[in-house]
Write a protein that binds this ligand. Structure first.
Ligand code: SAH
Ligand code: SF4
Ligand code: F3S
Length: 474
């Protein structure tokens, strides 16, 4: 293998898990002499880490690949690889369709990337889209890309065993498996020691995390007594990561309404450093549609989960994902989604109209029969309602004090910091003497639909490491 330093540029699309995977890829490639750079200029290898969740996500990537054609024509040594979910879904078809693609690697094949790139340098095209029952990249320390040095993702599991009828993820990411907890805690500790102040534990369904020694997901009841005794579930893992330091904030995503337990909520209540925020996608507010989506809960179950959260953690932020116009959805059923949103008062939501994905249960069994204009109109109603709720909820926060972890300069002004409060809402305030990575209590003065604007009143005493405040006040 050629070990001279080469430049690698990775561009990521899709969910946080893809961005997190790109950091694993950068680490694997670094071991083989590839240096990750932040622009495609001067790259010897370009990897596009792709998403298949909706048709427009794939269209965007195809457009990007077309753009890369010119670069490849000017430099025929350039290696272009497609990674991630589109690679897994389209496999060798992708190479036939997009002639410039040299490497295709699915989400479980990243250890093979240096080898695959080597094959291309020898004049071949290279592909590996094997899915695995075990791979979690557990011991790989990700190379942080585009990092603010304050917040980082930690992947705790891979794949998904739910078969939501609209969703392509189980096909592109394979079976669910959990990562060994010690490696997760170690990664959190190393990040904290390197100055990071917040980790987000990632999985498609974090509440079903279960470590019992490795391998594909098993039901807790099917474990042997010995496996049960040593097993670690998500609430255990949350407590373990929270114990790394009271000054390390812990977040997680995504929670599934069928799997989130009171134990998770108790862990959040017991630890100040576990953020009071849950991303709890409902997808729809109508029980017939939820059943058709194979979400395995109904409207009442979802509402009861929201009630439990509000009871155990009164100030918990909740956000949601909604799909408008799923197969056979009627106008009344759409109204049920609106009424669930109004009742739940989500802080914010990610909202989409249904996009049929080839090979999914819905594509095989149900007609995609809601006309596009109707889907779009329903989506607009959903977005308008959410904006109204967000505006009102933020307005209610005026005058209150929130704790902010400083992440970056505000996009609008060099004089202001940007960070997030517990509920994962953007907060902007004048910098004064505060620094990136500080925990600051901010009194909110003005609000918009998406952000809170205020003024610092001091460090947050519970979260800010004592040594920092002492050394600063001296
Ligand atoms: N694991 C997460 C979701 C991951 S996909 C969960 O179960 O909640 C992120 C979001 O994309 C989903 O919550 C859903 O709202 C949306 N989505 C997934 N498939 C879609 C499709 N075919 N059309 C439109 N939106 C879709
Ligand atoms: Fe897709 Fe459902 Fe799995 Fe989420 S839980 S990734 S929506 S199949
Ligand atoms: Fe997209 Fe794959 Fe994530 S389809 S949303 S990148 S798991």
């Amino acid at each position: 293998m050629n070990m001279s330093k080469k430049n690698l540029y990775i561009e990521s699309y899709g969910c946080a898990m893809n961005f997190s995977d790109s950091e694993v890829v950068a680490s694997i490639m670094a071991e083989h002499g590839y240096n990750a750079i932040t622009s495609e200029e001067n790259a010897d290898v370009i990897f596009i880490n792709t998403c298949s969740i909706r048709d427009n996500a794939e269209q965007k990537i195809r457009h990007r690949l077309k753009q890369l054609r010119g670069r490849k024509e000017r430099n025929n040594e350039l290696v272009v690889g497609v990674l991630g979910c589109m690679a897994e879904r389209l496999r060798d078809k992708l190479m036939e369709e997009e002639k410039l693609v040299d490497v295709v690697a699915g989400p479980d094949a990243y250890r093979d990337l240096p080898q695959l790139v080597g094959e291309v340098e020898d004049g071949n095209k290279a592909i590996n889209v094997l899915l695995s029952l075990e791979e979690t990249y557990a011991e790989i320390t990700p190379t942080r890309l585009n990092s603010n040095g304050v917040t980082a993702y930690i992947s705790i599991m891979r794949g998904c065993d739910n078969m939501c009828s609209f969703c392509v993820v189980p096909f592109t990411r394979g079976r669910e498996r959990s990562r060994e907890p010690e490696t997760i805690v170690r990664e959190a500790r190393e990040l904290f020691e390197a100055g990071y102040k917040e980790v987000t534990l990632l999985g498609q369904n974090v509440d079903s995390y279960l470590w019992y020694g490795g391998g594909p997901k098993k039901d807790f009841n099917k474990l042997t007594d010995e496996e049960k005794a040593d097993s670690v579930n998500f609430s255990d893992l949350l407590r373990m990561v929270a114990a790394v330091s009271p000054s390390l904030r812990v977040r997680f995503s995504t929670s599934h309404p069928k799997d989130i337990t009171d134990d998770v909520l108790y862990a959040m209540r017991d630890h100040t450093n576990i953020c009071n925020y849950i991303h709890l996608p409902a997808q729809s507010g109508n029980s017939r549609i939820l059943e058709k989506m194979n979400r395995t809960y109904d409207r009442e179950w979802y509402m009861n989960k929201v009630k439990r959260i509000r009871k155990i953690i009164p100030n918990c932020g909740i956000s949601c994902d909604i799909i408008a116009g799923f197969c056979t959805e009627t106008e009344d059923e759409h109204q049920d989604t609106l009424s669930l949103m109004a009742w739940s008062e989500f802080d914010f939501s990610y909202m989409y109209y249904y996009s049929e994905r080839p090979g999914t249960l819905a594509a095989r069994k149900f007609a995609d029969d809601v006309p596009l204009e109707v889907k779009k109109r329903r989506l607009t109603e959903i977005i308008d309602l959410q904006n109204e709720i967000s505006r009102k909820k933020n307005k209610d926060r005026e005058g209150s004090v929130v704790t902010v972890l400083v992440e970056n300069e505000s996009k609008r002004s060099d004089d202001d910091w940007m960070g997030k409060c517990d509920q994962h809402i953007v907060v902007i305030f004048p910098k004064e003497h505060y620094r990136r990575g500080d925990y600051v209590d901010v009194r909110i003065e003005r609000t918009t639909t998406t952000s809170l604007i205020g003024k610092a009143i001091g460090y947050n005493e519970e979260l800010q490491p004592k040594t920092t405040t002492e050394s600063l006040s001296n």
